[in-house]
Design a protein around this ligand. Sequence first.
Ligand code: CA
Length: 227
Amino acid sequence: MRVLVVEDDAAVAGGIVDGLTIANIESRLVATGADCLSALGAFAPDLILLDLGLPDMDGTDVCRAIRRENLTPIIVVSARSDEIDRVVVLEMGADDFVVKPFGMRELVARMRAVLRRTGAAEAAPPTAASQTKNFGPLSVDLRAQKVTVGNEEVYLTPKEFELLAYLSQDPGAVFRRSEILHTVWDTNWYGTTKTLDTHIASIRKKLGDPRWIESVRGVGFRFGVPA
Ligand code: CA
């Protein structure tokens, strides 16, 4: 595992890098958003630990810029703990959120969990036929993580894709909120279900019809082809 650590606070950065070294994880440290973006290609990290408060760019902008390049998993490491930041950060395409101060053991466990989740999709067997699911005009390619409606490609964030893939595995079935949060998000850091609603709203908008995902009041959500 190669990890890019983006952190401008030398003390925090030192602690993370030492902890990663102890855990036998190769890392490179950069202190600015610009250096983070230029290290993407050269260092080709498997995962990025991203501080939100950077001297040159806001962390959320860095997150967005990374997502324009590729799908490298991102764990946001921040001192800000309010809910709005979590929602914003996850919408920017980050995969998890760790609030300072945190223990290295916890951080490494989160990193492995994120890599397991994102790696599972990449390591899926290359039998293309079984990896693309079609629902009327909607097609979900699990291997390429690509979604199309009609012939138009729909650009979902990694989290939105995971959520759509999860709900569409069993059209018509109702998935409980707790079930969705547990599977698609790590519930151990999660305080409210607001992020789930935000993601559902965004997927509906991007698919162009809210009826793809039906809310089941007090229970959860159901995926289905709009009649
Ligand atoms: Ca900082």
